[in-house]
Design a protein around this ligand. Structure first.
Ligand code: FNR
Length: 348
């Protein structure tokens, strides 16, 4: 029988079950745990003022976006190679997402075929795009996933030269991708980063091009700076995900909670604003919404559930965080997501 709160219990179980290298891959960040921890602490630092005695019988957590309607504002963030954590893999996460009436972003680096994931989910899912080195290769991937039923594209732009921290075990790979382009050979005196990897990285011109290729909503994931948020909106993007990739790419970034208010005051209402990085409870979700986010993505926590109990674990994580969100709404006296946005958080 579990005595810890569900997420701590799952984190503990996942660590005990997974090989050390896979646990490390899941938990690691770019700064020896510091980045991950500051992300989490920043949400916790905002405080909630109780507002009792309000009638909340018809309150709800319904979230609507791009013509989709979910029971709650929690999306599953794209996480690569989910068969590393449990044989249910992305299919398990997608089934859980459907059972909990939500939405999931399927990673470019998914370890199961995207058409099977979407078919098993029995609902359209969002697809997270990593740039495939050039426009032709990127378009081929997009055509495939949209034909498979992807209802939105989330273009991750904050990890252009990221390489996997671990060797993948036999039988686990990014099955939806054709073989990656080899890094361009560099001449003597050239930079491996600039002349090698970055020569295949996307630019704002590619975002503009991408927008023109797609008829489904396009979101850009991994923006932190207010000017970048503005530029994405000016290029016609439908949403942004304010994120520092769970602290996994650039060390020493500010937290998402620190950057969100400025982004909201610049582009709030002009595009959908999603956030992730360090969200660990329904209270954190509430705070992100109160600060102006339209929805919230979770990463590591649902993978703890997946590793422990497969699809069932993911479903329980979503339900747990939703229950906490509902309890937070009840205790702060708000009855729906738009009312949460009117709440002033207390900063001691
Ligand atoms: C990620 N993330 C990620 N993001 C993305 O756009 N494409 C990807 O393939 C992956 N893969 C991935 C693997 C693992 C193991 C982790 C932990 C994360 C980042 C992810 O979408 C999200 O931004 C963070 O996980 C959010 O932070 P929390 O909730 O994990 O703190």
């Amino acid at each position: 029988m579990q005595s810890l709160p569900l997420l701590s219990h799952y984190a503990q179980q996942a660590q005990a079950k997974l090989p050390a290298a896979i646990w490390h891959y899941l938990q690691s960040d770019a700064g020896n745990g510091y980045q991950l921890n500051t992300n989490e602490v920043a949400w916790q630092a905002r405080k909630l003022v109780p507002r009792p005695l309000r009638a909340l019988q018809n309150a709800n957590t319904v979230c609507e976006m791009f013509g989709e309607r979910w029971a709650h504002p929690l999306l599953l963030a794209p996480v690569a190679y989910q068969k590393l954590f449990h044989s249910d893999g992305e299919i398990g996460a997608a089934i859980a997402c459907n059972a909990q009436q939500g939405q999931m972003m399927v990673s470019s680096l998914a370890s199961q075929p995207v058409e099977v994931i979407i078919q098993q989910a029995q609902q359209p899912l969002w697809f997270q795009l990593y740039w495939q080195g050039d426009r032709d290769r990127t378009l081929l991937l997009l055509q495939k996933v949209i034909a498979s039923g992807a209802s939105a594209i989330v273009f991750t732009v904050d990890a252009p030269v990221k390489q996997s921290l671990m060797d993948l075990p036999e039988g686990i790979s990014a099955v939806n991708l054709v073989q990656a382009l080899a890094p361009r050979p560099i001449a003597a005196g050239q930079s491996n980063v600039f002349d090698g990897w970055m020569s295949q990285a996307p630019t704002w011109e590619d975002v503009e091009w991408l927008r023109k290729q797609l008829t489904v909503p396009l979101l850009v994931k991994g923006l932190m700076h207010v000017d970048d948020a503005r530029r994405a909106v000016d290029l016609g993007c439908d949403g942004i995900v304010v994120s520092n990739h769970g602290g996994r790419v650039l060390d020493n970034t500010p937290t998402v909670a620190a950057m969100l208010p400025e982004v909201v005051s610049e582009v709030g209402g002009q595009c959908k604003i999603l956030v992730d990085s360090g969200i660990r409870s329904g209270q954190d979700v509430f705070k992100a919404l109160a600060m102006g986010a339209d929805a919230v993505c979770i990463g590591r926590p649902y993978v703890w559930g997946l590793a422990t109990e497969g699809a069932m674990g993911v479903a329980k994580v979503i339900r747990w965080i939703r229950d906490e969100l509902e309890m937070t709404m009840a205790l702060t006296g708000v009855s729906n997501l738009s009312d949460i946005r009117q709440v002033d958080l207390y900063q001691s």
